[in-house]
Every structure is written in structure tokens, then in C-alpha cells.
Design a binder for this molecule. Structure first.
Ligand SMILES: *Cc1c(COP(=O)(O)O)cnc(C)c1O
Length: 471
């Protein structure tokens, strides 16, 4: 399998070449040259596989530069009941007739990002070891991504993590989760500022190419193809649990921000997994809902980005969206480049409303969408708790609200549970008047010793910290 850029660059690369890279050289995103097809006989064979074996089978279709025995061992080491809480790894829970929750949030940081990041940690360690190289991961987080990255990379050979976060602005549970990591290769940098300051610092450091090369700076952001590929697996695993026949169709609703999670669903569907609809659920930051309703993709300026009670979906542009648009436009790299490299920076938007391709987003690719507000979130959390006895987090509540609008008779709807309620306690208390449930192993986490360095929002000081802590 070779990988190409969504912006038409002629280079073709292999999996391990793009594993440690971000964007393609022309600023595009990497995608496989084609989507391997999975027929009903293969689905029938995969139905009985444990999650780690299923992951190995799917990854094998996209990874041909890691020996199969090594890839199988990496999957087996990643997807264990010990790390993810159950032998099913992503157990399906029936809420009511036709409506299910697929639990993706029982990994170490209680959000779905662990599903991909845990594999990435093992892949990074493996590939860096093979090359005899080191990597220093620099990131900015408002919560879920940073902690998932730290828990995936802690103690790994050849990797250090420098994670900036806005000082005092993450939820108390998220702060406790990140800052209680005492591993020598994990560095928490609390920046006196907001999330945008953290992101600006990361950008400034990455734009200093000499510094970047000297200190071998890399990232783990959501455009990484390996992350997306790891997420494809749980669409298959969810489908197996919801069906008995190998041609039965199901739909998925996905609480969405950067379009990484639902883009993995798109890949699964392109491979032939019988998915009827892929429903994109947004919060008040409805860039994606607007596109799927109108064909207009309008990125928001920072001032128009709302701070909501489902904060991991608070985005102004969806960094993985270009992958889907590339497929939607018949894989026309030149057109994709014109939209994302010319029109968007110039006009802040592009419009496909009148393009015949836009109608196919729904008819051919199965996409639908909806949005949810703070009031919807509270009502859904309350209803799901009082009537169905299940406590859901704010992001999952956005998914449930939108899923109900898209139910079709005879087609099971699987809502992806993207985090556990304990991560967003304040809104749970607002909705239910009680504290969220907390898995036993997180009891008392707030009282653990912490390792965090507070720095001003200053690029030079962050660089100095990195330089002082890279051997
Ligand atoms: C990251 C995240 C999302 C959004 O996922 P995308 O892949 O960015 O669309 C939704 N919910 C939670 C809890 C998250 O952490």
C-alpha cells in the first residue's frame, strides 16, 4: 500500500514513512491510494475474532512495511482487557429499541482518543527503535488529546512528550490525570494563557526549522493517518456486535470536532462495511453541520468559536475534513488544493452547494448531520439517566440528541460514546444535581503528587525548557 497527498503531490510513501510525519510536503493530508475491499466472506471470518486480532487484520491491509508477526504483537500488546477494562474492548450497550452506545472510553484517560493513541505509542516506540532515532513530541491540549498522548507515551523508549495546556483551565479531573504522571519522559507545561496561546507557541516552535531539526520535534495531532486507521477498527467491532447477518446495515452517530473519528467511519464504509448513515453531531460550533446541510464550508474566526460544555468539540475548522472532500471530489487533488490552499485562506469559506458532488455526500457516502446546544445536552443527560439508567458525558449527549433525529426503522443506530461523565463533572452536576460516577481506580486522583511546570505564554521560555530537558 502506498499513500498519497490530498493536494496532488506526485510522491507516494509507505506507512512507516508517514507514521512520524504530519502534513504531506504540499500541505495536504495523507490517504491510501485505494481502500481495500472487504467482502461478506471476510466479514464472516472476522466476526469471531478478538479485538486485537481484528485490529491486526485491518491494519495488515494498510501496513506492509512492518513484518506481520511484529504488527500482530503490537496489536496484542495494545488492545488488552487490562488497559481497556473489558475483553470486548469496545462493548456495545443497548439503550432502547434500535439505539445503542458503543463504549470507546474505557481506556486510561476515559476518552475515545486512547483507542488510537495507545496503538500510536507502541508504533512510535517500535519504529524509532528500528531507526535508532529519538522523537520529542510537542503538543497543545485543552484536555483529552494531551492526556491520551501522555498516557500512550509514558515510559516509552525514544520518546519524550512536552505538552502545553492553559494553566487552570482544564477540568479538575483532567488536570489531575495529566499532572499526576511522574514518568521522566513526560513534561507538563501549564501556560499562563488560553488554549490559543498554547497552540501559537507550538506553531512558533515548529516553524523554527533549525530548532525543530536540532531537537527532533514532532507531533501527534489528529491528522496522523495511523491514528485514523486505528479508529477504523472499532466501526467493524461495533457492527459485529450489533448484527447477526453479514449483510445487515447499521448507522453510526459520531460526536465530532476535527472530523477524525467520523472520517474513520467513512474509511470503514468505503472498505465495504455495511454502514447506512454516518451522522455527524456537532455542538454550537457547527461548521460541519452547516456544510452537510448547505454545502458551504465556512471556517470560524477565533472570536466566533464558542466555549461550550462539550469542549473537545469546540473547533473553528475541522482539520481532517479535507480527506473527505478529496474523496467527494472524485480524488481530484488539484481541486482539493484549490479549495483548501487558495479559497479557504482567501475567503474563509468555499461553496459546493451547486456542485453535483455535494448531493453525493448524502446519497453516495451516507452522511447526515445535526447540532446540539447546552440546553439539549442537559436535557439528554437528564433523560438518559432518569429514563434509561445510564449516565452519559456531554459529548456523547450531543451524539444521542442528534442520533434520535436520524433514526430509521429496522436500522440499528450506534452512538459512539467518546468520553465518560467523570471528565466533565460540572455539567453533570448541573444536569443531575449529583456527582458523576467514577471508575474505582480513579478514586483520590486529585490528591496524588503532581509534576507540572508553569510558564508564561512565551515561545523563548518554552524553547529553553525543551532544550534543557533534551539529553
Ligand atoms: C476529540 C473528541 C471529540 C471529537 O473527535 P474528532 O475526531 O475531533 O471529531 C469528541 N468527543 C470527545 C470526548 C473528544 O475527546
Amino acid at each position: 500500500m502506498r499513500y498519497l497527498s490530498t493536494r496532488g503531490h506526485p510522491d507516494r510513501k509507505r506507512f512507516c514513512e508517514i507514521l512520524l510525519e504530519g502534513l504531506a510536503p504540499d500541505g495536504g493530508l495523507y490517504l491510501p491510494e485505494h481502500y481495500p475491499q472487504v467482502d461478506t466472506a471476510t466479514l464472516a471470518r472476522w466476526r469471531r475474532l478478538p479485538y486485537a486480532e481484528l485490529a491486526f487484520e485491518i491494519l495488515s491491509l494498510y501496513v506492509d512495511d512492518i513484518p506481520p508477526a511484529d504488527l500482530r504483537a503490537l496489536c496484542a500488546r495494545t488492545y488488552t482487557a487490562e488497559v481497556f477494562g473489558t475483553p470486548e474492548i469496545v462493548p456495545l450497550k443497548r439503550l432502547e429499541d434500535g439505539l445503542y452506545l458503543e463504549a470507546l472510553s474505557n481506556g486510561p484517560t476515559l476518552a475515545f482518543k486512547d483507542m488510537a493513541m495507545q496503538l500510536l505509542g507502541n508504533l512510535f516506540e517500535y519504529e524509532l527503535g528500528r531507526r535508532g532515532e529519538q522523537l520529542n513530541i510537542l503538543g497543545a491540549t485543552s484536555g483529552d488529546t494531551g492526556s491520551a498522548a501522555e498516557y500512550a507515551m509514558r515510559g516509552k523508549q525514544g520518546v519524550r512528550v512536552f505538552m502545553t495546556s492553559p494553566d487552570g483551565r482544564m477540568s479538575p479531573f483532567q488536570q489531575a490525570q495529566m499532572f499526576s504522571l511522574l514518568d521522566a519522559n513526560i513534561h507538563n507545561l501549564a501556560i499562563r494563557g488560553v488554549f490559543d496561546d498554547c497552540q501559537d507557541i507550538v506553531k512558533a516552535v515548529s516553524n523554527d526549522l533549525a530548532f525543530k531539526r536540532r531537537y527532533r520535534i514532532g507531533t501527534v495531532n489528529s491528522i496522523n493517518w495511523a491514528r485514523l486507521l486505528a479508529q477504523v477498527v472499532y466501526y467493524f467491532a461495533g457492527w459485529f456486535q450489533a448484527t447477526t447477518a453479514d449483510d445487515q446495515r447499521v448507522s453510526f452517530t459520531v460526536p465530532s470536532g476535527n472530523f477524525g473519528n467520523v472520517c474513520a467511519g467513512h474509511v470503514a464504509r468505503m472498505m465495504g462495511l455495511p454502514i447506512e448513515r454516518l451522522v455527524v453531531a456537532t455542538n454550537e460550533n457547527d461548521v460541519l453541520d452547516e456544510f452537510f446541510r448547505t454545502g458551504i464550508y465556512r471556517v470560524r474566526p477565533g472570536a466566533e468559536t464558542h466555549e461550550t460544555s462539550s469542549p473537545s468539540m469546540d473547533i473553528s475548522k475541522a482539520s481532517n475534513f479535507e480527506r473527505f472532500v478529496f474523496d467527494l471530489l472524485g480524488r481530484d487533488g488539484e481541486r482539493t488544493r484549490a479549495l483548501f490552499a487558495d479559497a479557504l485562506p482567501r475567503d474563509g469559506r468555499f461553496v459546493l452547494s451547486a456542485d453535483p458532488a455535494f448531493a453525493q455526500a448524502a446519497t453516495r457516502y451516507g452522511f447526515a448531520s445535526g447540532r446540539s446546544t447546552h440546553a439539549d445536552r442537559l436535557a439528554t443527560i437528564r433523560d438518559t439517566w432518569q429514563r434509561l439508567g445510564t449516565m452519559v458525558d456531554t459529548h456523547t449527549a450531543d451524539g444521542l440528541k442528534v442520533a434520535r433525529e436520524q433514526l430509521q426503522p429496522g436500522i440499528p443506530m450506534l452512538v459512539l460514546e467518546t468520553a465518560l461523565p467523570v471528565k466533565f463533572a460540572a455539567t453533570i452536576v448541573e444536569a443531575l444535581g449529583r456527582e458523576p460516577q467514577r471508575p474505582a481506580k480513579y478514586d483520590g486522583i486529585e490528591a496524588l503528587p503532581r509534576r507540572v511546570t508553569v510558564l508564561p505564554a512565551d515561545v523563548q521560555q518554552v524553547k529553553a525548557y525543551i532544550a534543557a530537558h533534551c539529553a
